[in-house]
Write a new protein. Structure first.
Lengths: 346, 276, 290
């Protein structure tokens, strides 16, 4: 219950190929995040799984049943929209009751389910208000409540936190993760924010231009990205890329080093340069260093770093933390992950 | 100093505005006042604004000695009927154009609007002959049909603009919640769009009530609405200004009141998107 | 959003309005075209022969048509001029801070909601009548001979009546447009030292251009078909001096029962209206994009 399989799924709008042939297996009960830049197709794919968009070709199976041509109502899925899509003319209670009424559930049972969902989401005090009288966070919980009472095989979240302000976002992230633990239902979560992806996911699928670059656990993607795109997308601040000349026995064209892997040395190091803009966050400091022959490098330092604008410093990084990418941006595993490490995408 | 200036300019503008609008409104005001005068008072060479013997005799005469009430009811039935029938046809059309957009949607909408630009004289003869041959001349139902068709483009256009303001996601959420198309329209779309639908209805009642081409040509004694009936006051039969005024006031005041509430709808429905 | 299911449904929902409007437009129009090439007069029953473009020839060379054509131009042009200039002025005035703004709006908008036959009759009898009308009383008051409006200045009288009716429409549309003007532009102009006239000419007027164009096109479409006011006041006379194309076709079709000739006239009217409509459609198309 709650497993979804996509086989060779494509989507075109007219002549525009938005999603190239794509395979993906979503396991029952997992929290999988679709992440990627705007326009990469992740929301489109989510809507295709929901049944709100047609599939141009390929199949979508839900619990081993072919659901490709099924209308949304029959797929047993629930969706939380970016704008929550609450019914403005109905009270919170009726919003949550709506799907149950459509399914002709007994009114007494509807009451029970509403009470339960309201308690779980701290909505009991607001049941008789209308969405217009609620705050952003409360509206979001109503949207989640409406999804929960249907007891779907999977929850679909379409960038649910983007309309909330920063502090609320952090809280809601935790709430959704806790929800996942208590309900133990499959959740497919779309976001462009890689921090959300890293903190919430069991597995992450990184999308780019209609294809999935890599699927894996957060740590796998962080430590073993298959190409430059994934390496640069996961991790904040972004990984630094340094161009190098390929040689006959080393196909590396680009080196990738994360800001947190640099060590600053006073005397000598592999790279040297001048400190430019410094960002003090209190818990850590980010230095933007103009490195000879490599452009601007972002380096993470301790919170009490005493360096100033214009200081000359040297940088080194341990070999095992340096990624090597060939001319097509693909990671060279032997050089990046050490001997004998092979990693396969998806 | 700045405050005195703004007070002074406010005064000047207020005086200017009230004078100009007073002049514009004067004919209506004069008609209302005349309706309460006697006929001899109405044509008096030294007309007065308040100082005369106010009387209700004109209203009494118009209502009792002429079929005024019947024609009033004709106007009501025709305007309301055409607007409601129009809504029935226009709502589904606006739904599909607003929520299932295709490449052809825009062209279709523009084509519909273009049918409203057809000069009525272009189809005067065929419609007249068809109505004659089908026994629709001088019938309420015939006029309802015509009024529905000539205002259908505007109704579809207005409803389209109102529906577009409803986020698509709400209807998608309803679909995911298991709602079929009937539930989607009746339990979700219509309640949310109710103000827009009411506005469209209001504007169309006004437009149909005031229509003065087909109502004059396709009717005679039976189905004539007020537009045509009042026109029959135009052949002079002696002094009748006060009665004309009374008849006019009764024909116009309801629409003046409705019109006051429909300003925004007027802009939306008849400016075709030129202003927001 | 679109799935094949919803698309089929959409087609079904569109069907009634599209087919009705299609029928309303195509069927009568084709009939008019057909009649226009026949010799068909309701008073003279007999074979309605095909006479090709004779009807058109007669219609277009008829001096009545020439006069009506110019009358139509004058009518439309006159009303447009008065309503646009007046409309802009009113819009600017109503945009200012004044006391009782709501009441002023009611008064300015009222004429648009009065039915055309009532306005025509009120103006004809209570204002313009040379014996009992208010204008006549006023003229006598200042010692001048009253003007017999509908005998001496029939077209102008009708222009006055129709302008009175449409002025509120122009004012409302233009007022809405003015109120959508970004206040900050005007404030920036203040800082740059612009006076009220400069601000009006260089900022307000250009902003209004789109709305003014819309008002011109929309009013023209409706003004080409002015009918009730003429019917109720002058019946097109004296002679043809206050007949416009619409009224001319009406007299030919339903008063002289010349179905063939009237149909030819109807087609001519459609062609003229189409030319205006093309421009209006382009404007609407642009509005739909934005």
């Amino acid at each position: 219950m709650g497993s979804i399989t996509l086989k060779q799924v494509t989507k075109s709008f007219g002549d525009v190929n938005v999603i190239k042939p794509l395979d993906l297996e979503i396991r029952d009960g997992e929290f999988i995040v679709f992440v990627g830049p705007s326009g990469c197709g992740k929301s489109t794919l989510l809507r295709m799984i929901a049944g709100l968009e047609d599939t141009t070709s390929g199949t979508i199976e839900i619990d081993n049943q072919d659901a490709t041509d099924m209308p949304p109502a029959q797929r047993g899925l629930a969706m939380v929209f970016q704008s929550y899509a609450l019914y403005p003319h109905m009270s919170v209670r009726n919003n949550i009751a709506f799907p149950l009424k459509q399914a002709k559930v007994d009114p007494a049972i509807i009451e029970q389910k509403i009470e339960k969902a309201a308690k779980m989401l701290n909505l009991t005090a607001y049941l008789d208000r209308k969405p217009g009288q609620l705050s952003g966070g409360q509206r979001q919980r109503v949207a989640i409540g409406r999804a929960i009472v249907r007891q779907p095989s999977a929850f679909l979240f379409d960038e649910p936190l983007s309309n909330l302000d920063a502090s609320l976002r952090v809280n809601m992230r935790l709430e959704i993760s806790e929800l996942h633990k208590s309900l133990d239902t499959t959740m497919i979560y779309v976001t462009h924010d890689q921090v959300e992806a890293m903190t919430m996911a069991d597995r992450i699928a990184v999308f780019n231009g209609g294809i999935i670059e890599q699927v894996g656990t957060p740590l796998e993607l962080y430590q073993k990205p298959v190409n430059q795109f994934v390496a640069g997308f996961i991790g904040s601040p972004k990984m630094n890329f340094i161009a190098v000349e390929p040689t006959s026995d080393d196909a590396t064209c680009t080196l990738g080093i994360r800001p947190e892997h640099f060590k600053i040395t006073e005397e000598s190091g592999r790279w040297s340069g001048q400190v430019g803009v410094i960002e003090h966050l209190g818990s850590e400091t980010f230095l933007h260093v103009n490195v000879d022959g490599a452009g601007t490098i972002t380096v993470k330092a301790d919170g009490d770093c005493k360096l100033a604008y214009g200081d000359k410093i040297h940088l080194t990084a341990p070999d095992e933390k340096i990624m090597h990418f060939d001319k097509d941006g693909v990671t060279i595993p032997s050089l990046s992950w050490g001997e004998g490490c092979t990693y396969s995408a998806a | 100093m700045a405050i005195k200036d703004t007070k002074k300019s406010k005064l000047i503008y207020t005086l200017a505005a009230w004078s100009v609008s007073g002049m514009i409104f004067f004919p209506i005001l004069w008609t209302i006042i005349t309706s309460f005068k006697t006929e001899s008072e109405a044509i008096s060479a030294s007309p007065s604004l308040f100082m005369f013997d106010w009387t209700l005799e004109n209203y009494a005469e118009v209502l009792s000695r002429s079929p005024y009430f019947d024609h009033f009811m004709n106007s009501v039935v025709i305007s309301l009927g055409a607007s409601l029938l129009g809504l029935l046809i226009a709502i589904p059309a606006a739904w599909s154009m607003a929520f299932v957009q295709t490449k052809r949607t825009k062209n279709l909408l523009m084509w519909m609007l273009s049918t409203k630009m057809l000069p009525p004289v272009g189809v005067l003869i065929p419609i007249y002959l068809l109505f004659r041959d089908f026994g629709l001349l001088d019938t309420r139902i015939g006029l309802v049909i015509v009024m529905t068709l000539i205002n259908l483009p505007i109704m579809v256009w207005m409803l389209y603009t109102y529906f577009r303001e409803i986020p698509n996601e709400i209807l998608e959420a309803a679909r995911m919640d298991g709602a079929g198309i009937k539930q989607e329209i009746f339990q979700v779309l219509l309640p949310i769009a109710l103000p827009g639908i009411a506005s469209t209805l209001l504007l169309n009642v006004i437009l149909a009530w005031n229509e003065a081409f087909w109502t004059l040509i396709l009717t005679a004694a039976n189905a004539a609405p007020l537009t045509a009936f009042i026109a029959s006051y135009s052949s002079p039969e002696g002094l009748f200004y006060a009665k004309l005024s009374a008849a006019s006031v009764m024909a116009v005041v309801p629409i003046l009141i409705l019109g006051w509430f429909s300003q925004k709808q007027l802009v939306r429905g008849l400016s075709f998107g030129a202003v927001k | 959003m679109a799935t094949t299911q919803s698309r089929t449904l959409a087609k079904i929902m569109l069907f009634p309005s599209v087919s009705l409007l299609l029928a309303w437009m195509i069927v009568p129009l084709c009939m008019t075209l057909y009649f226009s090439v026949l010799d068909y007069n309701l008073l003279m029953p007999g074979d309605n022969e095909f006479i090709g473009f004779l009807n058109y020839e007669f219609f277009l060379t008829d001096p009545a048509f020439i006069e009506s054509f110019f009358n139509t131009l004058l009518l439309v042009g006159g009303v447009l001029f008065i309503t646009i200039c007046g409309g802009i002025g009113l819009a600017v005035l109503l945009d200012q801070a004044i006391w009782g703004r709501n009441y002023v709006r009611i008064m300015v908008l009222a004429p648009f909601f009065v039915m055309p036959t009532v306005s025509a009759l009120v103006w004809k009898n209570m204002f313009m009548n040379p014996v009992n009308g208010l204008f006549a009383h006023f003229a006598e008051f200042i010692g001048v001979t009253p003007i017999d409006f509908f005998a001496e200045l029939p077209l102008l009288s009708i222009i006055i009546i129709v302008s009175w009716q449409w002025l509120p429409f122009a004012a409302l549309i233009l007022l809405t447009a003015i109120q959508s003007l970004d206040r900050e532009q005007l404030e920036a102009a203040d800082l740059d030292g612009a006076g009220p006239w400069s601000k009006f000419v260089y900022i307000v007027l250009p902003h209004l251009s789109r709305a003014v164009t819309a008002v011109i096109l929309i009013e023209t479409i409706f003004l080409l078909s002015i009918f009730a006011e003429i019917l109720v006041t002058t019946s097109g006379g004296p002679g043809y001096s206050s007949t416009n194309i619409t009224y001319l076709i009406y007299t030919q079709s339903l008063l002289q029962f010349d179905v063939g000739g009237g149909s030819a006239g109807g087609i001519v009217a459609v062609v003229i209206a189409n030319i205006v409509a093309i421009f209006l459609m382009r404007l609407i198309g642009k509005n739909l994009e934005g």
